[in-house]
Design a protein around this ligand. Structure first.
Ligand code: PMP
Length: 390
């Protein structure tokens, strides 16, 4: 019996680059003490008040089928939030609620790409990006960015790969690099999308984690709302990864297309989860700032701990819950460094190679360990790197 080619096509046949993560998980399961700085799971749990709202909603009977695009009060709340943050007129029909940002990424690419099209994404990239594009039958093409330019995409690199492309996927604040795209970068990206008539899919799931400068949504640039789809999520902003709730904000025809897909795939998000999300969004900015605060603090700990090392060069850490460092001065690849660091120092970080060729020789450090343990792990990582450099 045969499995559809569609599935092997998603991985593209390449190794997934998560070897260090799997090995760390095995070591932890075997009882070893490992400082785990691999994945972007917040180390805090969903706030009890959000869980109470969820339980109250379920107890009051919101346990049946929901409407595919989401409950209207939540869609209205998300629209109001986006409008308040960007100034762009947004109504509830522009919003579709999805089971997390990943489902939103999948649905939008399904809605905008046909088999044989090209879908562009910037590298380094969040690891699901190429597979999500390939799942539609389109060809996934990486737009490289450069470490020495703080991984800011450049219009010329987009235009050089635009033949046959219909979409460009960007992510700011960025996972895995921790950079925020500057106003100039976002303007360049927008201009390239207009010049080549591309849909711009803007993954903004880290928009509450901004440490330097400001987050600029391309949807807010003049004339761009008609070609930009924003991806949002409660996973990081409200520590709700397991609730699986996110959204798209898009021109109405795109939202309607995504809703058609929802009817035939997820059938919507649980009503009690949507009610919990509505409650959470209404807690306001101070609540979100409190959830983001530990990552900001830890960003500062990394900057202090590694900032002036001759062996470890910090990519300016501006946002999101990750820091990327360049360890090429040690002479090792990111993968070799990460494997040896795990075996010798019991510290698990992600090799840059997991996120595409431009991040080779780099490491991604997730800021998901309590401050003291993070500081201690960084001191050991630094010592390990400097000893290698000799
Ligand atoms: N986009 C980026 C850049 C991410 O880092 C993540 C999660 N790590 C997602 C999307 C998906 O998150 P979720 O499905 O939990 O909303």
């Amino acid at each position: 019996m045969k499995i559809a080619d569609r599935i092997s096509h998603i991985t593209g046949g390449s190794a997934d680059g998560w070897g260090v993560y799997y090995r760390a998980r095995d070591l932890i399961a075997a009882g070893e003490r490992v400082a785990n700085l691999t994945i972007g799971e917040p180390d805090i749990k969903t706030d009890p008040a959000i869980l109470e709202a969820m339980a109250a909603s379920a107890a009051s009977g919101n346990t049946g089928y929901t409407v595919g695009p989401g409950q209207e009060p939540l869609r209205r709340e998300i629209a109001a939030r986006v409008q308040a943050r960007t100034g762009v007129p947004t109504n509830w029909r522009n919003v579709v609620v999805t089971p997390g940002g990943q489902a939103a990424l999948f649905a939008v690419h399904m809605a905008l790409l046909d088999a044989g099209d090209v879908g562009l994404y910037c590298a380094p990239f969040y690891p699901t990006y190429p597979g999500t594009i390939r799942a539609t039958g389109a060809k996934a093409v990486a737009v490289p960015t450069r470490s020495d330019r703080a991984f800011q995409p450049e219009a010329a690199e987009i235009e050089a790969r635009a033949a046959g492309a219909r979409t460009l996927l960007i992510n700011t604040p960025n996972n895995p690099t921790g950079v925020i795209y500057s106003t100039d970068t976002v303007a360049q990206i927008a201009a390239a999308c207009v010049a080549r008539d591309l849909w711009l899919i803007s993954d903004e799931v880290y928009d509450t984690q901004v440490w330097n400068g400001a987050h600029v949504s391309p949807r807010a640039l003049p004339g761009m709302a008609e070609r930009v789809v924003v991806i949002g999520s409660m996973s990081k902003s409200h520590a709700m990864t397991g609730s699986r709730i996110g959204w798209i904000v898009a021109p109405e025809p795109v939202a309607e297309a995504v809703a058609v897909l929802a009817t035939n795939t997820t059938y919507g998000v649980s009503g009690f989860v949507q009610d919990a999300a509505l409650f959470a969004l209404r807690q306001g900015a101070a609540f979100e700032a409190a959830i983001a605060a530990p990552f900001h603090r830890r960003r500062d700990i990394v900057a202090r701990g590694l900032g002036n090392s001759p062996a470890v060069r910090l990519i300016p850490p501006e946002g999101a819950m990750y820091v990327m460092v360049d360890i090429r001065a040690t002479g090792l690849s990111g993968a070799e460094f990460a494997h040896r660091l795990l075996e010798q120092e019991q510290i698990a970080v992600m090799p840059g190679e997991s996120f595409g060729a431009p991040a080779a020789g780099h490491l991604r450090i997730a800021l998901t360990l309590e401050d003291g343990a993070l500081e201690a792990a960084l001191a050991r990582l630094r010592g390990f790197a400097e000893a290698l450099r000799g």
